[in-house]
Design a protein around this ligand. Structure first.
Ligand SMILES: [Zn+2]
Length: 345
C-alpha cells in the first residue's frame, strides 16, 4: 500500500489535466494506458476523488476531509462507480469461486451507462472507472459506443488498461489517451526508497519489476519474494527431472496465478537474453542470474523460444478464459522435464 497517491512520475499528466479542467475542457472519456505497475489506477482514483471533492486544493487534489471525500474513501460515493470483472470482486472478498466471469459483461456496461445518464447527487461529476478495461467483453465494449459518442453532461469515463490494443479501435478512438511511461531510475529510485523499510535495495527490486515502481514495491512484500523463490526452485527441479510435474503444478496454481505465470514469462525472457547475449545487462531477474544461466546452457535457442511462447499462451489462456489451469500447467511442466516432445496447447 502506498502512502501517497501523488506519484512523482504522474505529475506532468496531472498538471495537464488540471489545466484542461480549469479551462472547462476536461474530456468525457480518458483511456489511461501504459505498462503495469506504474499506478494508472492510482492516478484515476486520485483524479476522480479530486473532481468529486467539495474543497480541492489549487492543484486539484482532494482535501480528504469533506463529506464527499469520506464517502469516496468508504467506496460509497453516489456519483462514483468502479467496474471490474466479477471474478476480481470475488478475489477481493477472498473467495476463489471459479464460476465468476473473467470479463466485464454487457450488463455491467449497460448499468453504468444508465448510472451516468442520471443527474448527479451532489451537482458535480458522475464518474465511472473501468479497470482493467481490456477485460471488457467485445459486446460490452460495443455497447459503450453510444455513451462515448453522446456523453451525458459532466460525466467522466476512466478506462484503465496495460493492454490498450485489446480494446476495439472504435472505443480507443473516442477516448482521450493518456500514456504512462516508466520513470527514469533517477525518479523511481528515491520514491521507492521512501516507501521501503528494512534493508531492501530499491535498484534490485526495480530491475526485477522491469522499472515499474509499484510492481517493485509489491515485490518488497517478503511473502511474494519467498513464493517467487519457491516456484523457481520447483521449476528447476522439474527441469532436472527431480520433481513430479503434477505436484509442481499443484504448487503453481496456489496464490496469485497471474503473477506466478508472469514470473515464468520473465524467467524465459531472461533465458533467451542469456542465450543470445551472455553479457547482457538488460536483465529482469538479476538476483537469479546464475540459476538462469545454468538453465540456459542446457537448452537450445529454439527450445527456449518455444518455452517462452508456450508460457505466454498459457498466461493468456489462464487470464482470459475459463480453463483447467492445473491441467495446462501439468502439460507445460511435463514438457519442461522432457517427458513430452512438445507442448500440446
Ligand atoms: Zn474533499
Amino acid at each position: 500500500m502506498i502512502n501517497d497517491a501523488r506519484l512523482p512520475w504522474h505529475e506532468a499528466h496531472w498538471r495537464q489535466l488540471q489545466q484542461r479542467r480549469a479551462a472547462g475542457r476536461l474530456p468525457h472519456a480518458l483511456l489511461l494506458t501504459g505498462p503495469a505497475g506504474l499506478g494508472k489506477g492510482v492516478f484515476a482514483r486520485r483524479l476522480a476523488q479530486g473532481l468529486l471533492c467539495a474543497t480541492p486544493d489549487t492543484e486539484g487534489n482532494a482535501c480528504g476531509h469533506c463529506r464527499a471525500c469520506h464517502l469516496f474513501q468508504a467506496g460509497s460515493h453516489p456519483d462514483y462507480l468502479a467496474i471490474r470483472p466479477e471474478e476480481d470482486h470475488k478475489i477481493a472478498e477472498n473467495n476463489s469461486s471459479k464460476k465468476k466471469s473473467k470479463v466485464i459483461k454487457i450488463d455491467q456496461v449497460r448499468d453504468f451507462c444508465v448510472f451516468l445518464s442520471y443527474t448527479s447527487h451532489y451537482g458535480g461529476y458522475k464518474i465511472v472507472l473501468v479497470e482493467p478495461a481490456d477485460r471488457l467483453h467485445v459486446n460490452a465494449a460495443n455497447s459503450l459506443l453510444k455513451t462515448l459518442e453522446e456523453p451525458p453532461g459532466d460525466s467522466l469515463l476512466l478506462l484503465v488498461t496495460a493492454q490498450a490494443a485489446c480494446l476495439p479501435a472504435t472505443v480507443r478512438s473516442r477516448c482521450q489517451v493518456i500514456s504512462f511511461n516508466k520513470p527514469s531510475h533517477e525518479v523511481a529510485r528515491p520514491w521507492l526508497a521512501s516507501q521501503l523499510s528494512g534493508s531492501l535495495e530499491p535498484m534490485a527490486l526495480l530491475d526485477v519489476a522491469n522499472g515499474a515502481p509499484l510492481a517493485a514495491l509489491a515485490y518488497a512484500d517478503g511473502e511474494r519474494w519467498r513464493r517467487r523463490q519457491s516456484l523457481m526452485e520447483d521449476y528447476e527441479q522439474v527441469i532436472a527431472g527431480q520433481l513430479d510435474p503434477i505436484r509442481a503444478a499443484e504448487n503453481w496454481i496456489q496464490g496469485n496465478l497471474t503473477e506466478n505465470l508472469r514470473w515464468l514469462i520473465n524467467w524465459h525472457t531472461d533465458l533467451i537474453r542469456l542465450k543470445m547475449n551472455p553479457g547482457s545487462t538488460d536483465f529482469r531477474n538479476p538476483d537469479a542470474r546464475s540459476a538462469l544461466r545454468n538453465w540456459a546452457i542446457r537448452q537450445s535457442p529454439r527450445r527456449l523460444f518455444e518455452r517462452l511462447d508456450a508460457a505466454i499462451r498459457m498466461h493468456t489462456l489462464c487470464t482470459t478464459t475459463q480453463v483447467n489451469t492445473q491441467l495446462l500447467l501439468e502439460v507445460f511442466l511435463s514438457s519442461a522435464s522432457g517427458k513430452e516432445k512438445s507442448n500440446t496447447f
